[in-house]
Design a protein around this ligand. Structure first.
Ligand code: NAP
Length: 257
């Protein structure tokens, strides 16, 4: 028996990185996973790799900034599986720029993915999950949603927003009698492609890679793996966390401690 047998899970931004690891971990416990991502080819490959392992996995291309695509993805899941139990709002980008360097176009792009995407996932996903016996939404925030992140100020703003949106919606669900728990997860420094896309910071004169960044910034120098986050997401998705709601799970090897 898996911990998520008969559950259906939607994971956004799951072609690679943390989202992919979450989808695989949920599938390994029996969930039927629907992977979405803006990256069509990689998403298809990821779903095919999961099916080759015997998991039930489908890929649907989705840009989380599109309201129409949120509605069509959920309609597709209804046609495929007739239910949704778990939503992991994972898709996100990070633009490494100070407030003085960032253009308004960059600011709005980052907000639209990291904040609007999560807002629409909650707005349209929760009513579908509410039709089941009860479910769970997990929103990917960051340590940057807990403490100042100079050079990433607008990213930190989005992740702080995800944290309080999660807590507020958790209480809105309780007030409406909706049996859907909403929690946020706060990774530290996890080895994924996001670090290449955002550009590594400089250390004085030198560019540093993500391993060096972890050595400098994480107590003990330990770089995180996507599976470290996926194990936390599995806990929040499963019935073992039935009393965990409106909460924040920090997985950062004491960066924020
Ligand atoms: P990642 O490796 O870059 O994967 C993110 C995936 O989301 C990529 O496939 C990306 O596609 C996709 N995506 C981007 N924009 C999208 C959109 N509009 N609609 C749908 N999908 C979209 O990133 P990650 O490191 O796994 O991060 C996952 C989440 O964890 C993010 O919310 C991130 O902020 C958060 N997080 C990560 C870390 C870390 O250290 N890695 C730490 C704290 C929090 P493209 O390749 O086209 O962008």
């Amino acid at each position: 028996m898996g911990r998520l047998d008969d559950r259906v899970a939607l994971i956004t931004g799951a072609a690679m990185g943390i989202g992919r690891a979450c989808a695989e971990r949920l599938a390994s416990e029996g969930a039927k996973v629907v992977i979405t991502d803006i990256e069509d080819h990689t998403g298809q490959e990821t779903a095919a790799a999961f099916r080759a392992k015997g998991y039930t996995a489908n890929f649907i291309q989705q840009d989380v900034t599109s309201e129409g695509q949120w509605q069509s993805v959920l309609a597709d899941i209804d046609r495929l599986h007739g239910r949704l139990d778990i939503l992991v709002n994972n898709a996100g980008i990070a633009i490494r720029k100070s407030i003085f360097e960032m253009t308004m176009d960059e600011y709005q792009l980052q907000n639209s993915i990291n904040l609007d995407g999560v807002f629409m996932g909650l707005k349209y996903g929760i009513p579908m999950i509410a039709k089941t016996e009860g479910g769970s939404v997990i929103n990917l925030s960051s340590v940057a949603g807990l403490k100042a992140s100079p050079g990433l100020s607008a990213y930190a703003m989005t992740k702080g927003g995800v944290r309080l949106l999660s807590k507020s919606v958790a209480k809105e669900c309780i007030a409406e009698g909706i049996k859907v728990r909403v929690n946020s997860v706060h990774p530290g420094i996890i080895q994924t492609a996001i670090w290449d896309k955002m550009g590594v910071p400089t250390d004085g004169e030198n560019q540093v890679d993500v391993e060096q960044l972890a050595t400098n910034a994480v107590p003990g120098g330990l770089l995180g793996k996507p599976t470290d986050i996926a194990d936390g997401v599995l806990f929040l998705a499963s019935d073992e966390s039935r009393y965990v709601n409106g909460s924040e799970l920090v997985i950062d090897h004491a960066i924020s401690a």
